[in-house]
Write a protein that binds this ligand. Structure first.
Ligand code: SF4
Ligand code: SF4
Length: 480
């Protein structure tokens, strides 16, 4: 199929021919150091006045860097990823948690234990009352931002169930808790249903492509509606047509050759940017993991930690304005390394089973994947601060209507930092006052003092100080 990044047709904006040509071009140029230097130069942040810009990279340019095996170039990639991360995200890391609503699923995805043929895994769908209990448990940890997960099942998990659940989640105000942003990860659906999700006030619509390789995709999804590659791949177009500004991409690394997936992922981002004027809000980088009847060694394309780090750094360089998400599928060690190379959002204290946050009622026998990082949210917050990061529970852009191109315009000049930094400080303060252990509280208060000192704008600094006092006195949800 001829490559056309503006096409509405999946096999044209993710053209197999173009990916194959890209991989060949990358292979031919992997030792072309003159070209590699010019690509690295293009990706460097440029400052003009108080604004910082980054050009990003095309899928062809980024693929050349991915193919290059030179150690010095790798170091340059890491340094650049770290520089870009610092320029646009500072030291902030946004924290969220997944919430599994139902593991009923009619699809046959061979890498997921929720596939319809798995008769060993118990099936569970939360009632609205159970959702309430889960949300209270999440609020009591300190979470403000959730990602909803459900299997695809028009009978058990129809769109009305998802909409009711979102309504329930936003309505629960337990003690000082509140879920302020609900991101939604549900199966590809119709424009009409995306409009309903938009009206329900979702944050980001997340849908992992799993693999961009059409033939493999069809083999890995042998049965169910997800088998339809075009319908799945064009889902983000329908979501954006329906008015959802923020969409989240991702591939499941391990299913196909990583170089193929990487090029496809960037082409998808280029397509959205070109067609809708806004690239993906986030990109997730999951790797295949062990679960109920799933053995990751059955898949031939697993990637080791070194390749995984390189991919993450190159995503940071190629799409500098897109948040990168890493889940608790990964260990503390690899999460630490990836934070430095570009990850801007992490999940904490996650349970990947239906009802997992109220386990005294519900055992963890419905896990979608094994969790490697099992620490509490308080431990994750403390750990981030120890590493020099500022943990953030901020959701301000969503509630202030800063989504889609309005968000990207601020992001592309680095000006969003003027909101993110004070909001991170204030949401951390809320966490410290309401949920933290003594130890975390002490570290957090020290960090907040340092962060306030670092705010250049005197008016913002004074406002933050005032708001912090009001938070101590019981008020909540201040934002810039
Ligand atoms: S990946 Fe999603 S669609 Fe596929 S079996 Fe699992 S829950 Fe169902
Ligand atoms: S201000 Fe906006 S971009 Fe910054 S952390 Fe908050 S929600 Fe995210």
């Amino acid at each position: 199929m001829t490559y056309d990044k503006n096409s509405a047709n999946a096999t044209e904006f993710i053209s197999d021919e173009e990916i194959t040509a890209t991989l060949q071009y990358a292979e031919e140029n992997k030792n072309n150091f003159e070209l590699i230097d010019s690509i690295l130069k293009k990706a460097k942040p440029v400052s003009k006045g108080d604004k910082t810009y980054c050009k990003g990279l095309s899928h062809r340019e980024a693929s050349v860097l991915l193919a290059c095996e030179d150690k010095e170039v790798l170091n340059k990639i890491y340094n650049l990823a770290s520089e870009i991360k610092h320029a646009f995200y500072g030291n902030r890391i946004v924290i969220f948690a997944p919430l599994y609503l139902s593991n009923y699923c009619v699809n046959g995805c061979v890498y997921c234990p929720y596939h319809a043929k798995n008769k060993t895994i118990p099936r569970k769908k939360l009632t609205q009352e159970e959702i309430k209990q889960e949300v209270i448990a999440l609020q009591d940890m300190g979470h403000k931002r959730l990602a909803l997960e459900t299997g695809e099942d028009p009978v058990n998990n129809p769109i009305e169930y998802v909409l009711d659940s979102i309504k329930t989640i936003y309505s629960i105000k337990h003690k000082n808790g509140a879920i302020r942003r609900v991101n939604v990860n549900i199966a590809a659906t119709t424009i009409e249903n995306y409009k309903k999700l938009k009206e329900a006030g979702i944050g980001t619509y997340i849908l992992f492509q799993e693999t961009y390789h059409k033939e493999s995709y069809e083999k890995l999804h042998p049965t169910g509606p997800k088998h339809n590659y075009a319908y799945h791949t064009e889902a983000m177009d329908r979501a954006m047509t329906a008015g959802i500004d923020d969409v989240g991409l991702g591939v499941l690394f391990g299913l196909e050759r990583y170089k193929y997936e990487f090029a496809g992922l960037l082409m998808h981002a280029e397509h959205l940017e070109s067609k809708f004027g806004v690239g993906p809000h986030t990109i997730s980088v999951p790797r295949i993991k062990k679960a109920d009847d799933i053995d990751p060694s059955a898949f031939d394309n697993g990637i080791d930690d070194e390749i995984f780090k390189k991919i993450t750094a190159l995503i940071r360089i190629s799409v500098p304005y897109t948040g990168i998400i890493i889940s608790t599928r990964e260990s503390e060690k690899i999460r630490k390394e990836l934070l430095e190379l570009g990850v801007s959002q992490i999940s904490g204290a996650s349970r990947t089973s239906v009802g997992g946050y109220t386990e005294s009622i519900r055992p963890s026998d419905t896990e979608q994947f094994d969790v490697s990082d099992k620490r509490t949210l308080d431990e994750v917050v403390n750990w981030l601060m120890d590493l020099g990061y500022l943990p953030s529970f901020c959701t301000a852009c969503y509630s202030s209507g800063r989504t889609g191109d309005r968000f990207m315009d601020l992001c592309k000049t680095g000006q969003i930092q003027n909101c993110c930094q004070p909001n991170a400080i204030m949401t951390l303060k809320e966490f410290l006052v309401d949920y933290a252990t003594q130890n975390t509280k002490a570290s957090g208060e020290k960090l907040i003092k340092e962060e306030i000192k670092a705010i250049d704008n005197q008016k913002v600094k004074e406002a933050v100080e005032k708001y912090l006092k009001r938070i101590e006195n019981g008020e909540r949800n201040f934002k810039f």
